[in-house]
Design a protein around this ligand. Sequence first.
Ligand code: ATP
Ligand code: ZN
Length: 225
Amino acid sequence: MKPRDRLRIAAQKSGRLSDAGRDLLARSGLRFRESRDRLFCYGETEPVDLLLVRDDDIPGLIAEGVCDLGIVGRNVLREQSLEYARRGERAPFSELRTLGFGRCRLSIAVPQDFLYTGPASLAGTRIATSYPALMADWLDRNGVKAEVVTLSGSVEIAPKLGKADVICDLVSTGATLAANQLREVASILDSEAVLAGPAEALQDERGELAAQLLRRLDGVLEVRD
Ligand code: ATP
Ligand code: ZN
């Protein structure tokens, strides 16, 4: 791959992290030639460009070296890190900063009539989730054997459809769970938006650009705290 001399940041194109993410970059002094509908936004104030993508693609883009930094939920980053860990490999990306927005938790929720007294109550159940690696890791750590059913969306209706007994999904207010007659019984991960970057810091001029951006970001995050 041809070495790049501009830094590239990946952020969610449209979703819960996109507005606050763009706002944070703006407050860090970055301006981009607007192109909300397109993938690539050219940085006008700094040699830093923005790529707008699906949040799930961000760790992979960093792994491939297509992007140098990314704004993504810890839930997505940890899930994909665990996929590497389960293959006995070290993830090529890591969490550099917590950004203070997009807060939620990955929680286990059960139907109203399900008797839950602790992790052991889940033994032998089918658990629907979009986060199979995080779920399997939690089950292992708690010494519970259960079947993890991976679904890419609409996890909360899986029990009603008979596809699973319980679910593990992202929760912020709990309104979706309540609407589906589900009760939150355990949280397996506290999440928020994070800045992700390569596990090994970049050694070229992009490394210096990244360090400079992190210093500015720290200033912005400090003011807000
Ligand atoms: P896409 O894949 O198209 O980028 P998405 O549907 O996966 O979008 P969103 O629903 O926008 O993504 O969620 C993005 C992130 O927002 C989640 O990964 C999570 O970190 C965070 N988040 C905060 N609160 C919630 C919530 N209540 N439900 C889901 N995600 C939440
Ligand atoms: Zn997504």
